[in-house]
Design a protein around this ligand. Structure first.
Ligand code: GLN
Length: 287
């Protein structure tokens, strides 16, 4: 079958299945199966696709029609201009999270030590390391399968980072301190999860999404449990849900962080909270 005809078939199948970005997904899947790029459809649409590739493409379209995320079928997602391997064991890197990386980069200086809590695919930490000099990074996650993905991503990007299995801070050595803490923790209130898109609800790891009752569980724990691992003056950057800016500002402020700012994403929604660890009194350090 011709490349463009196969694409059209795929696009129509996805459209009928109610997939939102049916044309984009049909094209991305075809490119990943045929090892082609965007230009192929425009410039070489009449080339013949090998039978084996056609069969594989038809299989992928069937899976996508069942709402399996396109990134699980191609095995990758671009983030900050870098390609990350993904699987059902990690949250697929979101464009929204690039805001967090860009904001963190403004404060990142050569040689800083970065901690990425709930690292997942490692996309935040590895992007920061890729775009900086001589920084060191530790990524932690409760999921050993996620850490495997993160380690593979570090290797394929030729970056050195430490990845530790840890329930928040419990796996870190006491005494190590970081200049910057970044995190995109699970922040969706449990009751909201059943209403998420099927792609997210059924195929992405629940433990990367569920922020418990009010969605704020991890911000409370991170802001207080981070203290022994931060210097006075260390930066904290947390991704948040669109309606969590005020609540997370309050949580950080009560925990001894100052100069707290809420940063919006391109859609105009609150997306990142930034703060500096500045306990007012020394005794707050050991709370
Ligand atoms: N932004 C993600 C979503 O909308 C949630 C990420 C998270 O909980 N950290 O699915």
């Amino acid at each position: 079958m011709k490349y463009q005809d196969l694409y059209r078939w795929g696009f129509q199948c996805l459209e009928q299945a109610g997939i939102e970005e049916s044309s984009l997904d049909a094209r991305i899947l075809l490119e990943s199966v045929c090892n082609t790029d965007r230009n192929t459809l425009l410039a070489h649409g009449d080339r013949e696709v090998e039978a084996k590739q056609e069969e594989m493409y038809r299989g992928r379209i069937d899976q996508r029609a069942k709402h399996i995320p396109v990134q699980h079928l191609t095995g990758e997602q671009e983030f900050m201009g870098l390609v990350f391997r993904v699987s059902a064991d990690v949250l697929i890197p979101r464009q929204d999270t690039e805001i967090l990386v860009e904001e963190a980069m403004r404060e990142l200086h050569d040689g800083m030590r970065i901690l990425d809590m709930c690292t997942g695919s490692g996309c935040i930490l590895l992007s920061l390391l890729h775009y900086s000099n001589h920084c060191t990074g530790t990524g932690t996650d409760i999921s050993p399968k996620a850490l495997e993905i993160a380690k593979n991503n570090a290797a394929s990007l030729s970056l050195e980072a430490e990845f530790l299995e840890s329930d928040l801070f419990t796996g870190l050595d006491m005494g190590v301190k970081f200049d910057m803490l970044v995190s995109n923790p699970p922040y969706i209130p449990s009751a909201v999860i059943p209403g998420l898109m099927e792609e997210v609800r059924e195929h992405e790891p629940l433990c990367a999404l569920d922020g418990k009752e009010d969605g704020l569980y991890f911000y409370r724990r991170i802001s207080s449990e981070a203290k022994p691992f931060l210097f006075r003056g260390s930066f904290v950057f947390l991704e948040i849900g669109y309606d969590q800016g005020q609540a997370v500002t309050r949580i950080l402020s009560e925990a001894g962080y100052q100069e707290i700012e809420v940063i919006k994403d391109f859609a105009g929604h609150d997306r990142v909270v930034k703060g500096i660890y500045m306990p007012r009194e020394q005794c707050e350090d050991t709370e």
